[in-house]
Design a protein around this ligand. Structure first.
Ligand SMILES: *Cc1c(COP(=O)(O)O)cnc(C)c1O
Length: 340
């Protein structure tokens, strides 16, 4: 019998359950490059309604969705402002520079994930022959598992608009932000021209993201998607999983947040570990560097899988980890720390 791992590396590791697979199997599909897949269209319309936007495009991944958003808002030689820790700046290989000839203007993130408004203002270039044209402010919510303060979002996007910039939200986990803060996802999306939402993170779909925005932006996004090789054919099988996820897996994100809190409380008991209290489904721990490697090895031997290096570990709770998995991780960690 194979022993199942308790896999805390990411909320992308979930597998479709039987009812999600049944929904996929039953999907009514067509060629979506011809705009003929009714299930893809239904998913896009569902996102429009949830986010309060005009149009949407189903994307193969969050990375492609963010890249396309950057290319929608910025032409060759233009510039976008984003946090130093923003996924679309730091974790997407600089794709906007490579494929879009778009220059990033990163700004240090504050500890709560926001940006200093004065620094944003300073980074917006004057209309001057020396400078790239600053076109876009891109934010991320949640960022590192933290919910962006909504007053920051409103002030930052107001500032951007006042200077003629568009705004994009990397909302890979925006439903986690909505569930944790009790604020409707449409309200979190309202200040932005475009929002990218991942279906394949905590929502538990196997594949896919959706970019939402106004009709013009999404029309341009669909052209770019085709150019980048993201035009998918009978994608309704995948979209059906996304629809199922939105119908069944949003409210349950609260359980992931409870599990993350319990995990953090447990880790706070160990003297060789420091832990940040989580707001959503991501817990960061620092293990004393002297014990970090042996700790990770001990956890792995006991089927607890976690990502990180140099003792800085990231634990992500999700649909396929129960409260039992959290207790298993804490008990395994307790064994380790009582033996050193
Ligand atoms: C995962 C993630 C992405 C990219 O999504 P992929 O589907 O893995 O390409 C973008 N932004 C954030 C914040 C993410 O967590």
């Amino acid at each position: 019998m194979t022993v199942l791992n308790h896999d805390f590396r990411s909320d992308t590791v979930t597998r479709p359950d039987a009812p999600m697979l049944a929904a996929m199997f039953a999907a009514d599909v067509g060629d979506d490059v011809y705009g003929e897949d009714r299930t893809v269209r239904a998913l896009e319309e569902k996102l429009c309604a949830l986010m309060g936007k005009e149009d949407a495009a189903f994307m193969p991944s969050g990375t492609q969705s963010n890249l396309i958003a950057l290319m929608v808002h910025c032409e060759r030689g233009d510039e976008y402002i984003a946090g130093q820790n923003a996924h679309l700046y730091k974790f997407e290989q600089g794709g906007a520079a490579v494929l879009g000839s778009i220059q990033p203007q990163p700004i240090e993130n504050l500890p709560n994930g926001s940006l200093d408004l004065a620094k944003i203002k300073e980074a917006i270039k004057l209309d001057d022959i020396h400078f790239a044209r600053t076109r876009l402010l891109a934010l991320e919510n949640t960022i590192g598992g933290r919910v962006l303060p909504q007053n920051f979002v409103i002030n930052a996007t107001d500032l951007a608009r006042k200077h003629g910039l568009n705004t994009h939200l990397d909302g890979a986990r925006v439903f986690n932000a909505a569930v944790a803060s009790g604020v409707d996802v449409a309200e979190l999306a309202e200040p932005f021209d475009t929002i990218s939402v991942c279906l394949s993170k905590g929502l538990g779909a196997p594949i896919g993201s959706v970019l939402v925005g106004n009709k013009q932006h999404i029309m341009k996004a669909k052209r770019l998607r085709k150019m980048l090789g993201g035009g998918m054919r009978q994608a309704g099988y995948l979209a059906a999983a996304g629809i199922y996820a939105l119908d069944h897996n949003v409210e349950r994100l609260a359980l992931d947040h409870v599990n993350a809190k319990r995990l953090a409380q447990g880790f706070a008991q160990f003297k060789h570990v420091t832990v940040e209290q989580p707001q959503t489904n991501i817990v960061f721990t620092k293990v004393d560097p002297d014990y970090a490697d042996s700790f990770i090895a001990h956890m792995k031997e006991n089927n607890i899988i976690v990502s990180g290096r140099y003792g800085e570990l990231r634990w992500v709770t999700h649909k396929d980890l129960s409260a039992h998995s959290v207790e298993a991780a804490l008990n395994t960690a307790a064994d380790f720390f009582s033996s050193i």
